[in-house]
Write a protein that binds this ligand. Structure first.
Ligand SMILES: [Zn+2]
Ligand SMILES: [Zn+2]
Length: 150
């Protein structure tokens, strides 16, 4: 067990993306259902192509354009986090609880880490007058599988 890594069921009250969307009364078309079901799970950080593949398994006629539109809508609604990866395409994360990311520099695996908020308060300096809106911390390392290969 890795200290700090979120354990399964650590937040029993946390609803899946699909249940959150139902709860807020989002009009659930077959396409939207496939996309939100594709984003069901823990430690999920999928690229748009990966969401597409998973959604297609549920709804073969879903299009990549629909995937992109729905992902953008969900990000704008605050129901999905877009993570800009240092390399490669953006990834989409349905876990809206505050958390940071642990990323493997070799295989790109990403785990959610539930750390105390880092000491990143910018007031009054050195904030350069910026209003702080969000903090995204990525801790880089090597996952156990990649460390075994080294
Ligand atoms: Zn790895
Ligand atoms: Zn995450």
């Amino acid at each position: 067990m890795v200290p700090g890594v979120m354990q399964e069921h650590s937040q029993p009250e946390a609803l899946s993306l699909y249940d959150r969307l139902l709860a807020r009364g989002w009009r659930m078309t077959a396409q939207r259902r496939a996309v939100s079901r594709a984003l069901d799970g823990e430690h999920l950080h999928l690229t748009a192509d990966e969401v597409f593949a998973r959604a297609q398994a549920l709804l073969p006629e879903v299009s990549l354009a629909t995937i992109y539109n729905t992902l953008n809508d969900l990000v704008a609604m605050g129901e999905l986090r877009e993570i800009a990866a240092a390399r490669g395409p953006a990834r989409y994360d349905p876990n809206m609880a505050p958390h940071h990311h642990l990323m493997c520099v070799d295989c790109g695996a990403i785990r959610d880490v539930d750390l105390a908020p880092a000491d990143l308060d910018l007031r009054p300096e050195p904030g350069h007058g910026f209003e702080l809106l969000a903090v995204d911390v990525t801790l880089r390392g090597r996952c156990p599988a990649c460390a075994d290969d080294a």
